[in-house]
Design a protein around this ligand. Sequence first.
Ligand code: ZN
Length: 286
Amino acid sequence: MRDFSGDHSALALNTATLGHNLDGFGAGWSPEQVIDGCAARGYGGVVFWRREIGSNATAIGQRAKAAGLKVAGLCRSPFLVGPLAPNGREAVLDDVRSSIDMTAALEAPILTIVVGGVEPGTKGMSESLKIVADRVAAACEFAERAGVRLALEPLNPVYGGDRSCLVTVRDAVNLCEVIAADNLGIAVDVYHVWWDTDLANQLQRAGAGRIYGFHLCDWLADTKDVLLDRGMMGDGVADIRGIRGAVEAAGYEGLCEVEIFSKDNWWKREPGEVLDVLVDRFRSVC
Ligand code: ZN
């Protein structure tokens, strides 16, 4: 397992941590300010959200690279199924294609896929997961042509209804096996998997070739809001180092991306302070 106690070159910022994925939250730093703030502190990478990039993907990607940062990925695809997805298969795939094109323009290797919840008119996960399999398979073909890899991110089961009918690493690996595309893998987020006692086995099933991302935060024991009250690493009950050990035992050696949605705490702080705390916690508790 890598030793981060004196080295945070594997640390990446997901800009949601600064409040950038929701209107009206955070200090509103521009992508350029974020790049400069991360580069000045020795971060290894940054992950943007589509809403921040607009039509500037190429310029932002080049700016990050010039500052010595990897653009590790892009958040995220549209929901593919469920009540929050675009209406119908063609609309979904059009938006998937746009998100793949943006990823390629940024020169980021990975687009994160959050699959969406239970398809209206159906019950349970199975029907929705079949629709997901069809749409992800189509997305893999566009992505292949664009040189982009797709990371299926299973979400915590609390989001099963509307945001993700994919709630376990097991089901994510199953989808990878069914679709069998060379550019399809998974992203493992502490917030979504910390409760899973079978995680290490499922990561072994995935193997290094299919783990495309690892996301850090913590689960607060008294969480107030399952969407917008994620904890800073070390403040909650997730065994972060144990999870990282399992991810690395499965062969993952990439960046570790901090992704904290925290409307009443971290999003209210000055971004420079947040970036400093991340470095400290990354070295001390991750
Ligand atoms: Zn994540």
